[in-house]
Design a protein around this ligand. Sequence first.
Ligand code: AVJ
Length: 342
Amino acid sequence: MKQEKLPDFFAVEQMDHWEIRDPKIWSHRDAAIDSNPTLSILTTLWDQPRWLEAYHLYDQHGSELFEEICELPEYYLTRTENGILERHAADVIARAPVACIAELGAGYSKKTVHLLTEQLRQRGAAIFAPIDVSLAGLVASREAVRRAFPSIEFHGVHARYEEGFAAIDKALPTLFVFLGSTIGNFNQTDFPRFFRALSAAMGPEDYLLLGADRVKNSKVLENAYDDSRGITREFILNAFDHINRLLESNFQRAKMRYYSWFNPEWQQIEMYAVAVEEHEIKFPTVGASFHWRKDEKILVEISRKFDPARLQEQLRFFGLRPVAHFTDSNEWFSVLLFKKQS
Ligand code: AVJ
């Protein structure tokens, strides 16, 4: 153990895995935090059909574009979820008597502010522990919290989700918060793996607050992922500029187009890059190449849509009991509260 003192909220058996590299931010020692983006890209691009893991979307430019998406008139998700939380934060906090709020992904959003404000109002104290792989995001979060809520005890957790939530002491009553319908990005493999790991890491006094976008009119859904300003298109295709920088590959915007649709059977928006003509994509650093056939689609991102009642039923099988369901007047988005079964 390198550091002298660990905060109360760390699980004792976890101590050897963590160190402080930036004030109040705990970094997992495992180098795999930044994992291996190159290998991720190559293995999924050689899959059939070709696809990419969603995290490649979030380079500097991609993160800025996502912020822009959140402001688009067609992209109702962010403002709808924020409205639900603004309205029901007091109820959420009253129903979840916890000492710590651990937010998965993100640092500090308008949505989190509602919860922190209520936690301070109702309990007079709060521990806030954002968990993120982005150190820059955690630093920004730390500074924002310090300014707005000087009395909050801040512990940034710099790790992947699985390592991050396993670090928190099971005896500390914690509300895990996972907003924005980020679970929509999880495929059939990621989804059970995530909830199994989260539930296993939760203690008997712990809660989960989950934001989930709902199945609805497919035109509303499709417009949210193909906006009139073309920001979503730019966001998706930007992944290939990012990949070109990383791998010295030769993806060209002029030879691809954006295609997205709502797949009703899988209940998900699928976002693709499609080749407008056959051409060769080269990866000189690894001596590999493939022919991207005309009209062949690369699946860049999925955004699954949920039925809240079914999601509640399903999460029971992961040991999570539904406590409350908050929605908006259109019933477009759901914020679900669960308690870990003890
Ligand atoms: C960040 C995964 C919630 O699926 O709505 C927005 C990402 N992609 N527009 C979503 C996204 C295109 C977003 N999530």
